[in-house]
Ligand binder design. Structure first.
Ligand SMILES: [Zn+2]
Length: 484
């Protein structure tokens, strides 16, 4: 710590005591509250440590390993974790011109947890459970992918349990759901649901088809590769369709066909043009509703007047990633979002920001904002970091993510422009199951401009000129996307 005082009249900087006293800041790992301990997964051999030293010089060793300090004082090291009976801590030692500072950060390695055998729960099975938590998910297996997102009120037949998970029947196969998402009912079999007659109509720029459905059913929707058919599989449902009424003004829905399959009822909406804008499926008041947004007319194929929802990642108590110099992702994404908003408005787009200041907002609230304004595209802005245990030298640069196939074209177009504008390493175009990329009502794209954990990339993300270049790249990406 320097003890300095500025005598304003003569603007003379006078320092007392030790003039250039050294200082180390460990930015990550860190603990949020003093009573917490930092725990690493037992599967890691090595992990990263990042932070900075002031002034930016000297010899830094962490657990005896020499660590490079860059011109700005930042460091990022990938180091072995201590195992067995060794003292588990990061010991940082900095020597600057004969001055030496030390800092110790204790950590723990998680014990391998045995999967609890839940005999009491198994005694209750098989049983029907009802989904009670919003935003719950069904996974393929306990360690597998997120697979389906059942709404509250859906019922599932549980046949077994392991730890936090219940094995459930899904048509002719099985999947799992976390016990916290469901409540047990007294039933042992799930009531079959019957899908009755349908009526289709045009509501603004949506084609909406509603069917009577006797009870909630889990569904899975998928566009065919040409995006001209929307297949909706209703598990455990049976067709009682006699008639489907079409709207003569609807030139988008060409036909609806159905098949009774081993897993349930497959309903296929055949469209006379690819689905580009989005679709929405819901079960409300006994009606199963499939809405598909009609494609743009040729004269509308431009960014002008499009509603773009710009989402500055994280905020409030959620900092997101933190760079070695201590810069927070939530501040960078907000700065970038504002630059993007003005660049888009300059091109005549209508911009909605999910947050305009430093506030915490849930991922689902962000999506609801976009649904509420009928977004034409949702762009979520982020700065990247890796999870513990991964060597940071293996990943850097710009990455773009989407989840729904209808979002792919927008993601690809934006990613290409970001690479050109930013000039960073291509960290990939990814299909990834992020909550904000999951909506089907509009194309949704998540961008990681650069890695905040890398000293050089942190400095770029702090640079207004870089962010504005990346904002303009998103604009060009969207322009190309709407033009197609
Ligand atoms: Zn983020």
């Amino acid at each position: 710590m320097r003890t300095c005082r500025i005598f304003t009249i003569i603007a003379l900087l006078i320092c007392f005591g030790n003039v250039e006293s050294a200082e180390i800041s460990l930015i990550y790992p860190r603990i949020v509250s003093p009573q917490d301990t930092f725990i690493y997964d037992s599967g890691f051999d090595s992990t990263f440590v990042l932070g900075n030293v002031v002034p930016p010089e000297g010899l830094l060793k962490i657990n005896g390993h020499r660590v490079a300090i860059d011109d700005y004082g930042a460091f990022l090291a990938f180091l072995p974790l201590r195992k067995g009976n060794e003292t588990k801590s990061w010991e940082l030692n900095l020597i600057q011109q004969g001055d030496s500072v030390a800092l110790t950060f204790p950590y723990q390695i998680a014990e391998d947890r045995e999967v609890e055998t839940t005999d009491s729960m198994n005694a209750m099975l098989p049983a029907v459970v009802e989904v009670i938590a919003p935003h719950s998910h069904i996974r393929t297996t306990a360690e597998g992918s997120y697979y389906l997102f059942p709404p509250v009120g859906n019922r599932l037949r549980a046949t077994g349990s392991e730890g936090e998970f219940l094995t459930i029947e899904l048509g002719t196969s099985t999947a799992v759901i976390e016990t916290r998402f469901v409540a047990f009912t007294k039933d042992t079999t799930v009531e079959q649901s019957f899908l009755g007659d349908g009526v289709c109509e045009v509501l603004e720029d949506w084609s909406v088809c509603r069917f009577e459905l006797s009870a909630a059913a889990i569904w899975r929707a998928e566009l065919t590769p040409d995006h001209r058919t929307l297949d909706v599989l209703l598990y455990n449902a049976v067709s009682r369709i006699d008639r489907i009424q079409f709207d003569i003004n609807d030139r988008f829905v060409e036909d609806i066909v159905w098949h009774q399959e081993p897993d349930g009822l497959l309903l296929s909406l055949r469209l006379n043009a690819p689905v580009t804008r989005g679709y929405h499926i819901d079960f409300v008041n006994g009606q199963f509703e499939i809405s598909v947004r009609q494609p743009f007319e040729a004269r509308d194929k431009q960014l002008k007047r499009k509603i773009i929802v710009v989402d500055a990642g994280h905020g409030g108590e959620f900092d997101g990633a933190i760079g070695p110099l201590g810069n927070k992702e939530k501040d960078i994404t907000l700065r970038w979002a504002k630059l993007l908003a003005s660049a888009l408005e300059h091109k005549g787009a209508i911009v909605v920001l999910t947050r305009e200041y430093d506030e915490a907002k849930s991922l689902y609230d962000r999506i609801e904002i976009a649904r509420g304004v009928h977004a034409d595209c949702f762009v979520s802005l982020h700065g990247n970091a890796l999870p513990d245990g991964i060597d940071p030298s293996t990943r850097s640069g710009t990455g773009t993510y989407y989840y729904q196939s209808l979002s792919r074209n927008a993601a690809e177009s934006i990613h290409g422009h970001l690479l050109k504008a930013g000039g960073l390493r291509d960290d990939g175009l990814w299909d990834a199951n992020f909550a904000v990329a999951r909506p089907t009502e509009f194309p949704a794209v998540l961008i990681e401009a650069a890695y905040l954990m890398h000293p050089r990339e942190e400095r770029l993300l702090m640079n207004e000129e870089f962010l504005s270049r990346m904002a303009n790249a998103v604009v060009r990406g969207l322009e190309d996307y709407f033009r197609e």
